[in-house]
Design a protein around this ligand. Structure first.
Ligand SMILES: NC(=O)c1ccc[n+]([C@@H]2O[C@H](COP(=O)([O-])OP(=O)(O)OC[C@H]3O[C@@H](n4cnc5c(N)ncnc54)[C@H](OP(=O)(O)O)[C@@H]3O)[C@@H](O)[C@H]2O)c1
Length: 328
């Protein structure tokens, strides 16, 4: 079986998680790191034992030995870095949000289609065993008809206008960074809503520091979501059905336990097993697709990413949040 050489763009928090994750997946090999700074690349390479350390993103994507690029840069660069990689004939796994808006995502998909390359949004929660099992249970009818979904993701990050969560140039704000998870969760179980309402607290750096979102569906079903970078919330998610409720533990978007609460009050833990650091599941899916010559995953397809980004665009319209350098 072929081993795929991975190149990572960026040396920050998530790049390090991915470097660890790759070591759990047999056909994946961390081969190269690309950074804006040679010094950062060398430090990263010495910790994670990459063969190559490049002081620019261009050099990494120009290495013919790189099979797939993982884009781990701030939101404002996802489009640019993905197109750069696809133009150099590399498959791409790009962090969430896939890009700033639907127009950028459409151009990325078009480029991947044109160049016959694999492209996927790294929404790691989608590939975790807990979410996968819950989807099976819901599809089997364990909850009955879903009547309400509730999911939140609020953290309290000390204010720093340069931090990527607060910095408008880096496409900061709670919605695209944190709110994307609850929005994904609701879309995953209920699909496209018929009505979207949202209210945000827009802070001094002109991005949303907190955002509350409600999706309306036919038959009075609702999804209620909340994101924040100024308020620490429960960070739980629950699916309330006519027959049972399914509750994800705190940090629900991670590999955490999940329980079913039946209508008679009986509570039952869902048997689950996790391996690695959680990010390995999305890597395994990429490898599976590459082995099978697929350019997209049916678990997180291009249409799934388009629904997600178009919904985020619609929420941004509701809260009046524009990123002028991208939303043209
Ligand atoms: N899936 C998850 O669980 C998860 C968790 C956290 C973040 N993320 C996503 O991953 C991406 C990166 O987040 P992060 O937390 O890893 O961020 P981070 O720690 O700030 O790292 C971002 C990296 O991007 C590079 N970069 C390029 N231009 C930059 C700029 N103008 N300012 C700052 N860094 C720049 C830097 O690497 P060099 O200077 O070495 O090039 C930096 O180390 C975001 O899209 C975020 O939404 C996902």
């Amino acid at each position: 079986m072929k081993t795929y050489n991975w190149g990572i763009l960026g040396t920050g928090f998530i790049a390090r998680k991915m470097a660890e994750a790759l070591s759990f997946v047999p056909q994946a090999r961390l081969y190269a790191i690309g950074s804006r700074s040679k010094q950062n690349a060398l430090e990263f390479a010495s910790i994670y034992k990459t063969e190559k350390a490049y002081g620019s993103y261009e050099e990494l994507v120009s290495d013919p030995e790189v099979d797939i690029v993982y884009v781990a840069t701030p939101h404002n660069l996802h489009y640019e870095n993905t197109i750069l990689s696809l133009n150099h004939g590399k498959h791409v796994l790009c962090e969430k949000p896939f890009a700033v808006n639907g127009a950028e995502v459409r151009r990325m998909i078009e480029k991947a289609r044109e160049n016959k390359l694999f492209l996927m949004e790294a929404l790691w929660t989608r590939f975790l065993p807990n979410l996968t099992r819950v989807k099976e249970l819901v599809d089997e009818g364990v909850t009955g008809k879903i009547r309400l979904i509730k999911a939140d993701f609020g953290i309290n990050v000390p204010f720093n206008p340069l931090h990527r969560l607060y910095n408008k140039k880096l496409i900061g704000g709670s919605l695209l960074d944190l709110g994307i998870y609850p929005v994904f969760f609701s879309l995953f179980f209920l699909g496209e809503p018929v009505k979207i309402t949202a209210t945000a607290g827009i802070g001094s750096t002109d991005v949303d520091y907190s955002c509350s979102i409600t999706f309306g569906y036919k038959d009075e079903t609702l999804a209620v979501m909340y994101s924040s970078c100024i308020a620490k919330t429960d960070i739980t998610a629950a699916i309330y059905g006519e027959k049972a409720t399914i509750v994800f533990d705190n940090f629900w978007y991670m590999p955490v336990p999940v329980k079913i609460i039946h209508s008679d009050g009986r509570s039952e833990n869902i048997p689950l097993q996790f391996e690695g650091n959680g990010y390995n599941y999305e890597v395994s899916e990429v490898i599976r697709c590459l082995n099978e010559g697929q350019t997209q995953s049916n678990l997180m397809s291009w249409d799934d990413s388009l629904l997600l980004i178009d919904t985020l665009d619609n929420i941004r319209k509701e809260i009046g949040l524009v990123y002028p350098e991208h939303d043209i």
